[in-house]
Design a protein around this ligand. Structure first.
Ligand code: SF4
Ligand code: SF4
Length: 155
């Protein structure tokens, strides 16, 4: 039996391909502008969503991808354009105290933080007050147990 060939590593790659295919097809047929609101419905026919909470959000994200496929925002100097609606559930980058925190007596993390952003709970475990944290990383360097890590958005 022949081995199954996977053309796309992820669902997102497949989605990008489908958007490009439909945009190219409409451009080739010279009716891209007329079809611009129909393409999301072709790609996300519903009624059930496949990746997000609902088909309306999936269609809105496809709408943003269509804009990118048509050249994106020319006034944006960044190499990468972020689709806000697609990224709003992803936690922002920053430092976090992990389960590895031993609630050590010395609390070097607290001393290292010049913003007073670290506090302890009743078990002496450390926590970061994100409203005060400026993501300098001093606490992570100071922790002898490597219990503080920088979380980054995968994209
Ligand atoms: S984060 Fe590290 S330095 Fe801070 S209390 Fe926990 S173990 Fe101690
Ligand atoms: S990253 Fe910097 S500001 Fe944020 S808690 Fe750690 S030491 Fe404080």
């Amino acid at each position: 039996m022949p081995e199954k060939i996977h053309k796309f590593d992820t669902k997102v790659q497949h989605l990008k391909y489908k958007v490009l295919r439909e945009v190219a097809r409409a451009a080739f047929n010279d009716n891209l502008l007329e079809n611009i609101t129909e393409i999301p419905k072709i790609i996300v026919p519903g009624p059930k969503p496949s990746m997000r909470c609902c088909i309306y959000k999936e269609r809105a994200i496809v709408g943003e991808r269509i804009k990118l496929a048509m050249g994106g925002d020319k006034s944006n100097p960044n190499v990468i354009e972020v689709i806000d609606i697609a990224c709003d559930e992803c936690p922002v980058s920053g430092y976090e105290i992990t389960m590895d925190c031993r609630g050590c007596i010395a609390h070097h993390c607290e001393d290292a933080c010049k913003k007073g952003a670290i506090f302890s709970d009743e078990h002496q475990k450390a926590h970061i007050d994100t409203s005060k944290c400026v993501n300098c990383g001093a606490c992570a360097k100071a922790c002898p147990y490597s219990a503080i890590r920088r979380r980054t958005r995968p994209c």
